[in-house]
Design a protein around this ligand. Structure first.
Ligand code: NAD
Length: 498
């Protein structure tokens, strides 16, 4: 863990104007425009970032296409790509404190959380390095007789356009770049406006690792201009998107005319279910962390807590007390446990939901207010908030708030809680807290979501797939399936020539 006094903040990557990475060169946006990147803990501008537009996306896609079709990358072997990924992993490891500091200053989450990504980020890159040499086609028996042979080839899908959110810039970027490098695709990344500094630094490290020009391009800029052009561009073969379901829907429509491959990692309103036989000394802090970590800005946050009626009051008070005990502050302070929301826009959104909860008659147990005094008043700080006694139609119980706001509901039977848990358009994660194995198995089978955590929450591993059901999207990140989604399968038939 970093000590406060040892956190450097004088990195060149935190100053001046940050440029676009196109065809291995750092260049200004074609229009010369920039925008400020703001520290959400203080409201102070950190650096200026190039505001890429349509022309920049066109140049980046052309570079990615050239690298894919004719550059040295087009003939790279799996072993060369594996070595590059391993070298890149070592560089990311060696520079991790800088990456974590950038992420904290750019999007607010505590430095302890950002440093916690180290093992996962390096583990992911090494997993993709292993996949580079182990993903392959198959020989397939057929019914045409012994002399007719059939097999499949796994080929890189081509130019990938990746669009990422701001809530976890280190894992988000690595989740897009890793499978591209493993399979031999090329990438144009459009990172979130709010947190571009980590992806740009990863671009520098990728060049240092020797990744050929044009393989990894980064165009910072707005979603509705740069992002939209990337989605409609006819030379892009796949869009790998992570973000809200509303943007995901727009992207699906815009990608239809060019029939792009799509993967969609979208939002959630994940249920977290505590049975009366659970170990409450684990379940209560587990349920609180499931929503308050990263100030609730996690796609699979356990934002709807269902508690068996006999322990309802005890759990409601327990999670509220846990929230009150968290130390809010600037993420650069190593004792901070909960940082600010990423932007004033996000702050307004979260405060709007809190007001609507109060208006609709939910019981506000704790939190519910922006910090308006002291040194945190300049940042976007909202206290961990617990609402109880909701009805399931209330907006705060249905919509993804993406803030530190927990909604708690009582239940009496398994059938009732299964119905309640599934009564949302989303299906990303779910938690089940019980000491009975049969209860855990039943819930794992009946809850409609892509990930189930029992007596735990947010566990992750490079080899275990992550992704959604229903409006939480499709496609998986991590695991073999993730890398396969960056390939096409080609079938080859060979018959004798005579
Ligand atoms: P967002 O949908 O507003 O933006 C995501 C990205 O899409 C940004 O880079 C943005 O610039 C871009 N974008 C916006 N409009 C676009 C358009 N018309 N065309 C192309 N690109 C466009 O989401 P956000 O506020 O940045 O992130 C929060 C959301 O992301 C939440 O819903 C959260 O649940 C989701 N998320 C999902 C996962 C997951 O793995 N399932 C992980 C993290 C975040």
């Amino acid at each position: 863990m970093l000590q406060e006094s040892s956190i450097r903040t004088d990195y060149p990557s935190l100053r001046g104007t940050r440029k676009l990475l196109i065809d291995g060169e750092w260049i200004e946006a074609a229009t010369g425009a920039t925008y400020p990147s703001i520290n959400p803990a203080t409201g102070v501008t950190i650096a200026y970032v190039a505001m890429g537009g349509e022309e920049d996306i066109n140049r980046a896609v052309a570079a990615a296409r050239r690298a894919f079709e004719t550059g040295p990358w087009s003939t790279s072997t799996p072993y060369e790509r594996q070595n590059l990924l391993l070298k890149f992993a070592d560089l990311v490891d060696a520079n991790f404190e800088e990456l974590a500091t950038l992420a904290t200053i750019d999007m607010g989450a505590p430095i302890s959380r950002q440093m916690g990504f180290r093992k996962r980020a390096i583990g992911l890159l090494r997993y993709y390095a292993a996949m580079a040499v182990s993903l392959h086609g198959e020989t397939v028996p057929n019914s045409h007789g012994g002399d007719i042979f059939s097999y499949t080839l796994r080929e890189p899908i081509g130019v990938v356009g990746a669009i990422t959110p701001w809530n976890g810039p280190i894992p988000s970027t690595i989740w897009k770049l890793g499978p591209v490098l493993a399979t031999g695709c090329t990438l144009v990344l459009k990172p979130a406006e709010e947190a571009p500094l980590v992806p740009l630094r990863l671009g520098e490290l990728a060049l240092e690792a020797g990744i050929p020009k044009g393989v990894f391009n980064i165009v910072t800029g707005s979603g509705t201009v740069a992002g939209a052009r990337l989605v409609e561009h006819p030379e892009v073969d796949k869009i790998a998107f992570t973000g809200s379901h509303l943007t995901g829907q727009r992207i699906m429509q815009a990608a239809a005319p060019t029939m792009k491959r799509l993967t969609m990692e979208l939002g959630g309103k994940s249920p977290n279910i505590v049975f009366a036989d659970a170990n409450l000394s684990k379940a209560i802090p587990g349920a609180a962390q499931a929503i308050f970590n990263n100030s609730g800005q996690i796609c699979s946050a356990g934002s709807r807590l269902f508690v068996e009626r006999s322990i309802y009051d005890q759990v409601v008070e327990g999670v509220a007390e846990f929230g009150r005990s968290l130390k809010m502050g600037n993420g650069l302070d190593s004792s901070t446990q909960i940082g600010p929301l990423v932007s004033t826009k996000q702050l307004e959104r979260v405060c709007g939901f809190v007001e609507s909860g109060v208006r609709e008659g939910a019981r506000l147990v704790s939190g519910g207010a922006r910090v308006q005094e002291g040194e945190l008043a300049n940042g976007n700080f909202v206290a961990p908030t617990v609402f109880a006694d909701l009805t399931s139609e209330m907006a705060i119980g249905q919509e993804e708030i993406f803030g530190p706001v927990l909604t708690v509901f009582p239940f009496d039977t398994i059938d009732e809680v299964v119905t309640l848990a599934n009564s949302t358009v989303f299906g990303l994660g779910a938690g089940v807290w019980s000491s009975r194995l049969d209860t855990v198995h039943t819930m794992a089978r009946r809850i409609k979501s892509g990930v189930i955590w029992a007596n735990s929450y947010q566990l992750a591993d490079p080899g275990v797939p992550f992704g959604g059901y229903k409006m939480s999207g499709f496609g998986r990140e991590s695991g073999r399936q993730h890398v396969e989604e960056y390939t096409n399968v080609k079938s080859v038939w060979i018959a004798p020539s005579d």
